[in-house]
Write a protein that binds this ligand. Structure first.
Ligand code: MG
Length: 151
């Protein structure tokens, strides 16, 4: 497949290579959308876990074995702090921008990082996130207004 923006040729079976190309070119994301590799609404919880943990493994984060659970939780905290820093810097909540390096940034990107971190730790430790989400959302429907609290 040929990038509509720069003419780069990618193997349509090689998602990782296309992602590397995207990282090198802000505009290439439009090509990934054209190819249907970025489809809003198409990502399942299972996809999120498999892709997040798969990418983390492919980038060497598990080369020494399973990572410490407490460390992974701390990294989730760091993504929430990064989200707050975007707001403190005056960024609009829905704004996605690119740093000079081409790295996507903004509140939505930091929240995406948080979900990626949560999905990675669930993948690494066999945590049934989708089952838990369905169970807890169903339970929340049964709770009283404001869960019986003042705020
Ligand atoms: Mg981040």
């Amino acid at each position: 497949m040929k990038c509509n923006t720069c003419g780069h040729e990618s193997n349509p079976e090689d998602y990782q290579e296309a992602r590397e190309h995207y990282l090198a070119s802000n505009e290439a994301i439009e090509t990934l959308k054209d190819w249907g590799w970025i489809e809003p609404g198409a990502l399942t919880v299972k996809d999120l876990i498999e892709e997040s943990h798969g990418t983390a493994k492919s980038k060497g984060w598990y080369d020494e074995g399973t990572r410490n659970f407490g460390e992974l939780i701390a990294l989730c905290h760091s993504e929430l702090s990064e989200t707050l820093e975007e707001v403190r810097a005056g960024r609009a909540l829905a704004e996605i921008y690119h740093e000079a390096s081409g790295k996507p940034a903004g509140v939505a990107i930091e929240l995406a990082d948080l979900l990626i971190r949560v999905a990675d730790l669930c993948g690494a430790h066999g945590i049934p996130l989708e089952e838990a989400l369905r169970m807890k959302m169903a339970y929340n429907l049964t709770r009283p207004t404001k869960h019986g609290k003042a705020f």
